[in-house]
Design a protein. Sequence first.
Length: 535
Amino acid sequence: MRIFIPGLLLAVFLGAVCAGQVAVTTYHFDNRRTGWNSQETVLTPAVVSGTTFGLLASVVLDDQVDAQPLVVPGVAITAGLHPGLHDVAYVVTESNSVYAIDAKSGLVLLQVNLGAPMRYPLGCQNNGPNVGINSTPVIDLPSKTLYVMAYTKDSTGPAYRLHALDLGSLTDKLTPRVVQESHTLTDGTKFNFSATYERQRPALLLANGNVYAGFGSFCDLQPSLSRGWLVGWNGSTLIPVPAKQLLNTQAKDDDDYFLASIWMAGFGPAADAAGNVFVVTGNSDRSGTNYDGVTSLQESVVKFSPNLTQTLSLFTPSNQAALDQGDKDFGSGGVTLLPDQPGSIPHLAVAAGKSGTMYLMNADSLGGFSTTKDNVLGTYGIGQCWCGQSYFQDPVDGMGRVVSSGGRVVGVWKVTTLPAPALVHVKSSPNIGGGQDPGFFTSISSNGTASPIIWALSRPASAQAAGIRLIAFDPESPGTVMKQLYSAQAGTWPTINADANLVPVVANGEVFVASYKVLKIFGVKPAASLTTSAP
């Protein structure tokens, strides 16, 4: 039986449904990319380590998932066979499918397809067979809009389209916007964006009323034709922001090797309270000689103005040339902006890449470039990092904690601010196992600052042992080695050449893990767990 509720009563009812519940609308929980949900009241260390926590549902999907799931409670589903209010998990696949899934039961509420994906673009094996929706979408709750970037095989060749989908029906609210850009090079010629050579892997960012997307390359197979782009569109109209950033504008290079890609292993561009946008870039010139910090911004954390007209600040490691020459991308990881800290330098940022060094920076003035030293607040070894950092606040001393995940180990670092900002290592996890490139991704859940839990996803060790594991650690356990609270297989990953850059999502007493053709939902088990499949 359908129940029709007038608009005002519906709004009141929706507010009651959503009271105390958390919406995860963007990559790593917020625009700072902290990965921290501080409103988790159900999942405590005692609950997660007990016998009632486990797998609740497995939802079959049509392809590999490289993007993080998003979660919105109390969505009014207006299409399909199951209209009404639902707590919804939104999941996208590399076949360009978008799913709306009931977060409690695992029932598929809606599924739409945005077009045929590209298969092994340029022959790149650093992905699954299909490349469709590669990046994590972003949701604007006030307008009930899900922004998704789809990569499609058109009759005229590959194309990227930015879609603005209605949360309740997954239909387009606006005409999808084809990505078409150009930028002036140093010799005055125009360099045109080409979807053939650009990979849109980083998560989308919603800030300043705009949707931002970063672009890189497919396996660096066409470095003379692929360059890093940062582009924005007005969220209400999908009209492009007038300015855009091309991270390498040089017209000539001795070995025709440009790049300066934005890829960050899927990590999203970050934004601070003023709306400035931060990214980390990858390698460029193999000779290590073309960097100038103006026309070529490779191997750098870069801060752009909200309208993308200005490069406000950057930090480039002193060994930039060696990073370029050795394909040791700084941009294999993203940048995390810490919440405001006490002391004279309140705005801090952390980033790490393939070299395994985590840099602590002043987000207001990142440090620039020197050939003799790194002009940052601190450098710390964490292990090679195809990864990104997380953050939470400790319940005992009230001080911030940076969570690193280089190599195969979670590290916890206390943020100190006196006499100057620094990180102090306080705990590590046991080796989480797995394989592929070093590094992995974490999320943090807590109730305020109480009962923090670090959630991690391992990568598969081999094609023969392709399981992905969900692992939970207690950062408040005694000693310097964290207690493991939980570990279970959370999916498979047979595309062993493609790193499983997956992020666990914790919201409203549940943990969501999307991987190869499946969404797993973990939580406090009822009498029997439920398994459902997409029709």
